[in-house]
Structure formats: C-alpha cells, structure tokens
Design a protein around this ligand. Structure first.
Ligand SMILES: Nc1ncnc2c1ncn2[C@@H]1O[C@H](COP(=O)(O)OP(=O)(O)OP(=O)(O)O)[C@@H](O)[C@H]1O
Length: 903
C-alpha cells in the first residue's frame, strides 16, 4: 500500500527480468487473416446423426451384463415328502455293520417316518421360503419360523426336472455353447434329492442328461456338427475308510487319479458325439460311483462327483471358432449327514465325517470369499487347500468363475435341522460376486483339450505333450492325457473313425493359435528381459563414465598445479641465472688492483677491498676472495666455486642492495649464494660442505661468519698491528666509533697441501689470508685514506707488524716463498654453533703476540655491552647489520684479547 502511494521516481528505470512471453501460434491452426469477419454460422455442425447412425459392433464380452449375472445364483429345490413306500426301509440297511448302542436310531427311522407328513418349509414365492420350527423343537428355538429370500428361484416339491432344467441349467448351457464356462453344484443334506436332480433316472433324467440333449440338440439342426466337438469327463473324490481323499476316474477303464495343484492328472476326456454316447457314459459313471445305504438314503452318495462337459473348438476354414473352450461343470456333492440321523458306524461314519468336512471346507471358502468382498481388509482365506474338492474348484470359490448352486432341501419336520442348517449356511452365498471373471474368448483361448478316441486308445502325441508343457489351459480343466489313454464310448466304427479324425483336426487346429500366442508372449518376455538387461548395462556404464570424468578432472587439477609449480621454479631459476650472470659480469678482478704490499685494495671511493691472494705455487689452483662493500657493509655473499675445472674458488661478498639477492635453489652446489650470511647459517654449512667436496683434492675453505671470526697465523700477524693502530684511531673518535668487522677469513687447513688460494687469473699469489676491517656508514672513513692521520697510523701499525714479525714483508709477498706461507697461513672456519675449527698454526710462527699484546694494552673496550646485545637476539637467525658489525668486532676483540692474555 505504501509503495502504491509513493510518488513515482522520474529517473527510475524499471527492468523486467522476465519479459512477457508471446503466445505462440498453433502450427496446426492457420491464423485468420481477418478474425473480425469470422462467422459462427460457418462452422459446420458436428455430424451427430452420422455418428449415431453407424452400427457399433457388439460383442459378447463387451456387452454389459446385468447386476444379477455378476453374483452367484443360488436356487432352492424342495424335495417332496416321500411316501412310506418311497422312504428307505430300515431293514434294507441290514448289510451295514450294526451298532448295538445305536439301535434306537433305527427305531427312530420309524418315528421319522411317522413325522414326515408335516412340512416345515413353505415356499413364499419363487425367491423365498419360510422355515417353520417344528412343534417339538419350538421350545428350544427362539423363533417359530425363519424366512429365507433372495434365491434365484425356488422350486417347490412338485417341480419337475424339466422345469428345474429350464430355470437353472438351460441358461448355463446356452452360455456354455456361447463359450462361457460355469459350474453348477448341488448342495444339500443327505437324501434331499441332489443326485436325483443331477442325474435323475432313465424315466426322469436329471440336469446332465437334459444338458447333453440340449447341447447336441442345438448343434444338429444347424448341420455344423463337425464344427464343434464335446468331451466329457467324470471323476469322483472319495475317501477310503476315511484315511485320505482319493480321485477316481468314473469313466470306463478309469482308474485313480492324482491332483497337481488345481488340475487332475490322468483324467480321461472322452469325446462325445451324440446324446446316446453321452448318456451311456454318464450312466456308467453313476454306476461306478461309490454309494451306500444309510438311514436317510437307500442309495446315498459317498463321494463328490464331478462331471465336465467340455467344448473344444474346431477349425473352420482356417478360422478358429471363438465360441470354444468352454466347460460346463456339474457337481453332485455328497450330502451332509448327522450321526444321530444316519446312525452311521465304522466306515460309514468315517465317510460321513469326510463328507461333512469337505462340505464344511466348501462352505468356509464361500463364506471367506463373501466376507472378503464385503470387507476387502479381510484377507481371502485359503481354505481351499484343505480338501481336494475345494482345490479343484479354487477359481470358482475365489469368485473368478461363474458358479450356480442348487440347494436341495427336505421339507419334512424331521428334516428341519438339516434344512435349517442348509439355508443358514448357503443363503448368504447369493451375495457373492464374481471378482474377475475372464472374458469368454480369453477363457476359450486358455483351454486346450486333447481328445482321445475310445477306439484307437491313442497315445499322447508330441503335439499333445507340447500343449501340456505349455499349460495354456486353466488348471482344473487341463486334460492330462496319460498312457492309459481314453476309451470313448462309440458303437460304430465309422463314427469312431470320424471322431478320431475330428479329434486330430481339433488338436491340430488349436495348436497354431496356442503356438502363436505363446510365441508372442515369449517374444514379449524376451524383449522385456533384454530391455532390463540393457538398462542395467547402461546404468553401469553411466556410473563408470562419471567416475572416469571425475578422475580426469582431478588429474587436470593436479597437472595444473604441477604446471604452476614448474613455472614458479622456472622463474626462480631464471632470476637466479640472471643474478649469477650479473654477478660474474660485475665482479672486479682483484689481481688488477691488488696491492701486493698491503693486500688492501681501494677500488672506489666508498669501497675498500682486501684481496688476499695466497698462491701455493700451483697455477692451476686459485682462490680469490673479494670483498665488495659500499659503506663497508656486507650483506650479500656469493661463493663462486671453481670455474670449469675447479681450478680456483672464489668467494665474493657483495654489498647489500648492490647485488640482488638471487633465489636459492635446493641442491644447487656449483654455485650457491646467500643474500645474507647471517640469515642462513645452514646454507653456509652446505656451501662449506660442497666446497670441501669440490676441492677435496686441494682442501681449501673459505667461509665467513657473523658469529665467529678468527684470525690466526700470518693473517693475525698482519692484522694485529693494523688493528692495533686502527682501534687506537677509532678509539680516538668515539663519536664515530663503529665496531670492527671481520667479514671473512680464508683458511688453508692443510699445510702439506699445495697453495690453496689463487686469484681468478691463476696468478700465483702467496700471502696470508685476508681480513677486512670495515666501519659503518657513518665512519666508513676509519680505514679510508681520506684521513691522513689514520693512514699514517695504519701504515705505522703495518710497518711495525712487519718489522716485529719474523716474516719480512718480502717473504710474505713473495710468491716464490711457500715455506713461510705454509707456516703462517690461517685456517679458520666459523661454525654455526659458534665453535671454531681452526688449524692451529705452529707455535714458532706465533710472532704476532707482541702486537696483540700491544693492541690489548692500548685498546680498552667493554665487551659486556656487546655481549648484552647478543643476548637480545639470542636464538634468532636474522640479525641487524649493526649487530653483524658489532659481532665481528667483538670476536676480533675477544681474539685479540685472548691473544694478549696468551702472551
Ligand atoms: N424331486 C424329487 N422327486 C421325487 N423323488 C425324489 C426327488 N428328490 C429326491 N427324490 C428321491 O429321494 C431319494 C433320495 O434322493 P437322492 O438320492 O437324490 O438324495 P441325495 O441328496 O442324493 O442323497 P445323498 O446325498 O445321500 O446322495 C431318491 O430315492 C430319490 O428318488
């Protein structure tokens, strides 16, 4: 708000970081040149009529199914109350093992027989019934009646088989013929009419016979019998003395079967071509089924019987019939039995327990499926694993395939408990929905059957084995064609041969489809795996590439660092080289200006040089010692080692500022330098060591030190007198007093060796070591000849020294005289530690003692003060120039004093 109220700044320039973008013109739409002239009426209307007029292809799988079709259909059929003549007679069950304790049960059958006249079950309508509690049980029951509704249809006791078929099975068969698989199971207590409903009798056929008739009736009118082929299989699940469950093939020559997961292994699949063949097979299977007489049923089923009618497609002009592969499964379950009611004993009791257990598991599976559908959080229990029946019907019990139930109930009061239990158990099943029903065509594509002819007992062909390995079909309906082969009921050889042809054609016609599908799936899997492998390889390569790039980057950095280092070293080397060149060019040859009498050179006005040239008689060895100094101070020192053939050694000291300090290179031994002697004592030692190494054959050592300076031998003899005079002169001028310095001492350690010190021009020079006595800037004239009095004093001292010494001037300066040189030479090395390693001259040559005594007598000084200055800089290497001078002076004075004491 405040910003809006503030007046705009006239000089403000608004910069838009993100300039407004212009909308791009859609490339597919050409911009209108004159949008103002656009008229909506020119837009053609959408062709709704044309679209609606188009015929939309409708398929069976695409059509939405009613809501009812997605739920399990539960039908209820009420068995009529049997007349006494139809009721099972107790005496007829005398073959059963009698249990004395249960004799009253048989008597109860008579009682039941009397009470069967009353019905407890009343049909309300076609979808509901009411169960009334018998009078004798109303005392224990809370309610008088229970109503059960929601059935797909309720068949009363007088309903016929055909009516039941029309309501229940016919739609299923039609769906089956259309390629839909479905299961129909009869469930109810023992004697309720399950077997009667499923199989019927020759006079009153059941659902299987009616379905077969329907199937073959529907195919014959069209005359396309050869386009379809049906196979049938019948087996039962029973228990042998209640020990374990077994599978038995009920078709002719059928034996025991085994179950592998959800598929039955070794089940025969017999091709049926007409109703008679099918009914004959069914009748034989029913006769083969295990039955027994119980108190409730004279012919009670003791096993679960499963009938599969399969529809195998046939190739018609190279096109696979889409309506193929459907399976119609009809199951006649064993009836639940109550021990009190049936009076079973022994094996029958065991069978009864097995039956009840199987039915219980069957009910648990459906109940679990129902609860899971109501509440998905509840997991779908795997009750199907507890029995072979439920394992075989797993997909149905999991709601993956269509299933219908026929509940058969007895309506007599005596059967109240069985009926009540059945309704309470099975009525909720009608709420079960199909979870994932496979499309019709998909089901048909997954089912493969290998038919075998009953006439030829064909063995499994390679093609059939290939199909079995592929396991394209669903588990429970996959036909396992074993070596026992399959017997097809066929009375006519002609028909049999024709069936064989059809079987062969069917199996052959189905193989390409399955092969193509399997091949495509395999290709897809292969491509997917290949893509995964390729992706993993690419990822690994990418990671390796990144690592290599990082390594290359690090190497580049290291190379750059080394390059910079190389450039720095190169620069230092060039500087040092330039410095050396300058030094060589600027060095003054001492021999040109040397005063052989005094060994003192005065090159410039401000430069005082002592050039002690000692020649040992060998012209090839020369050592020169140069001292350059402006204001008589030494700051730079260079030791120039032998030139070329190590014939001479030079020690050149340059004045600070006069020669730039060259860089010091490690390991540089031929020519080393130090910008300040005091700054790098170690370098001095290195120079010394190098120097010794270079001149090992002719040991000579030139060194200078700020800590020690020793005068000995002839040098001391020479300097003692001079110093005496000089110190006296300087003492006369306290205002200009500067400590004397001993800047360098040349040393000839080996007396037996050849003359060591030569001049650069290899001129033989015999002489003592050199000593430079400089003063500071302010009193640099102490030793300069500008002062006549001082000059005179110096000359006097020197003359006295020469006179008093045993060595004459001529002897000293005579190059030919080597004997005295050897005897008077001085070799002092000032070490870093302050120790003095000196070659003590022979005692007879110490002729300077009188001069030293004179010097010590005449000169008085206070060394304590100088020592105190040293303490201040103790432990440090860099010392001021004044300190150097003072130090040298102190050393000189100490030595002079020592010599005087010695004297
Ligand atoms: N709807 C019916 N009409 C006439 N008779 C019937 C009907 N239902 C069953 N019966 C007769 O009842 C008797 C028992 O029927 P059925 O054997 O079918 O019972 P079940 O349920 O199969 O018994 P189980 O479970 O012991 O095999 C049979 O003699 C059968 O003829």
């Amino acid at each position: 708000m405040e910003m809006n109220n503030s007046p705009p700044c006239p000089n403000t320039v608004t910069i838009r970081r993100n300039p407004p973008r212009r909308a791009r013109a859609t490339p597919l739409i050409t911009p209108l040149a004159t949008p103002q002239t656009f008229n909506l009426s020119e837009i053609p209307p959408f062709p709704n009529d044309d679209v609606l007029a188009e015929e939309k292809p409708q398929t069976l799988t695409s059509l939405p199914e009613p809501e009812a079709d997605h739920k399990i259909k539960v039908f209820l059929r009420i068995r009529p109350i049997l007349s006494p003549s139809q009721a099972p007679k107790v005496k007829a069950k005398s073959v059963w093992p009698q249990n004395p304790t249960k004799k009253n049960i048989t008597g109860g059958a008579k009682t039941l027989k009397k009470k069967s006249s009353n019905s407890c079950l009343t049909v309300n309508d076609s979808h509901s019934v009411t169960l009334s509690t018998p009078l004798e049980l109303r005392e224990s029951k809370r309610t008088k009646s229970e109503t059960y509704g929601g059935f797909s249809h309720v068949f009363n006791s007088d309903s016929s088989q055909v009516e039941v078929y029309e309501k229940i099975v016919k739609p299923i068969v039609e769906n089956f013929l259309d390629g839909k698989s479905e299961m129909l199971a009869a469930l109810g207590p023992s004697g309720s009419g399950k077997t009667h409903t499923v199989f019927g009798s020759p006079r009153d056929p059941g659902m299987v016979s009616l379905a077969l008739r329907h199937i073959f009736k529907g195919t014959q009118p069209h005359g396309n019998k050869e386009s379809r082929s049906f196979h049938i299989s019948v087996f039962e699940i029973y228990t042998e003395r209640g020990k374990s469950e077994k599978l038995l093939d009920l078709l002719r020559d059928g034996g025991e079967l085994s179950m592998q997961q959800s598929s039955v292994k070794g089940l025969q699949q017999v091709v049926i071509s007409n109703v008679e063949e099918a009914e004959s097979l069914i009748s034989q299977s029913v006769l083969k089924r295990a039955t027994a007489m119980t108190n409730t049923n004279s012919q009670s089923s003791r096993s679960q019987c499963i009938i599969n009618i399969c529809h195998i497609p046939k190739k018609c002009k190279g096109v696979v019939n889409p309506k193929s592969g459907a399976v119609l499964t009809i199951i006649d379950l064993a009836g639940a039995e109550r021990e009190k009611r049936t009076g079973n004993q022994g094996t029958r009791l065991l069978e009864s327990n097995f039956i009840n257990n199987t039915l219980m598991v069957f009910g648990l599976c459906l109940r679990s499926l129902l609860e899971h559908q109501k509440n998905p959080k509840k997991p779908l229990q795997k009750h199907f694993q507890n029995s072979l029946l439920t394992r075989y019907l797993r997909e149905y019990l999991e709601g993956k395939k269509r299933m219908s139930l026929i509940l058969t109930a007895k309506s007599a009061d005596d059967d109240y408990l069985d009926t009540s239990y059945l309704l309470r158990q099975a009525s909720p099943y009608m709420q079960i929905k199909y979870n994932d029903v496979e499309p019709t065509n998909m089901v048909s594509k997954k089912r493969h059957y290998v038919a075998s002819s009953a006439m030829d007992f064909a063995k499994p062909t390679p093609a059939s084995e290939h199909l079995k390995r592929m396991r394209c079909g669903s588990g429970e309906h996959t036909v396992q064609n074993d070596e026992k082969s399959v017997a097809e009921v066929n009375t006519s050889k002609k028909d049999a041969s024709s069936e064989c042809k059809l079987d062969t054609s069917s199996s052959v016609s189905f193989k390409p489809e399955c092969d193509s599908q399997t091949q495509s799936e395999r290709n897809h899997i292969i491509m997917r795996n290949f893509a995964k492998a390729l992706w993993s390889v690419l990822k690994q390569s990418n990671s390796k590439l990144k690592a290599a790039e990082m390594e290359i980057q690090s190497l580049k950095e290291s190379i750059g660092y080394e390059k910079n280092k190389y450039l720095v070293l190169k620069k230092e080397f060039s500087e040092f080289k330039a410095c050396r060149t300058w030094s060589e060019g600027g060095k003054v040859k001492v021999k040109d200006v040397v005063d052989p009498a005094l060994n003192m050179i005065n090159c410039d006005d401000n430069t005082l040089k002592f050039d002690p040239a000692v020649t040992a008689g060998h012209s090839d060895v020369a050592n020169a010692f140069e001292l350059h100094g402006e204001n008589s101070s030494i700051h730079n020192c260079q030791i120039i080692e032998s030139k070329g053939d190590q014939t001479h050694d030079d020690l050149t000291c340059h004045e600070a500022g006069f020669i730039p300090s060259p860089p010091q290179l490690p390991g540089f031994t031929r020519r080393d330098s130090c910008s300040s002697v005091e700054q790098d004592k170690e370098l001095v030692w290195e120079q010394e060591e190098t120097f010794y190494a270079q001149a090992s054959s002719k040991p000579s050592r030139l060194d200078q030190s700020d800590e020690k300076a020793t005068l000995d031998g002839s040098c001391a003899q020479l300097d003692s007198e001079k110093s005496d005079r000089k110190l006296q002169a300087s003492a006369s001028k306290p205002a200009h007093h500067n400590p004397l310095e001993v800047e360098a001492v040349s040393e000839i350690p080996n007396e037996s060796s050849e003359p060591i010190i030569n001049q650069p021009d290899e001129e033989p020079a015999h002489g003592a070591s050199c000593t430079q006595l400089d003063s500071g800037k302010s009193n640099g004239e102490v030793l300069t000849p500008s002062s006549k009095s001082e000059d005179e004093a110096v000359n006097k001292i020197l003359s006295e020294l020469l006179v008093s010494s045993s060595i004459t001037k001529n002897e000293i300066l005579d190059p030919s005289s080597t004997k005295d040189v050897y005897s008077t030479k001085t070799c002092d090395i000032v070490g870093d530690s302050g120790g003095v390693s000196s070659c003590k001259p022979p005692k007879p040559k110490r002729t300077l003692m009188p001069s030293s005594s004179l010097l010590s007598r005449d000169f008085t000084f206070d060394p304590v003060d100088e020592t105190e200055k040293l303490k201040g800089n103790k432990g440090t290497r860099k010392l001021p120039a004044d300190y150097l001078k003072s130090k040298g002076s102190i050393t000189l004075l100490h030595m002079l004093k020592g010599k005087s004491n010695f004297a």
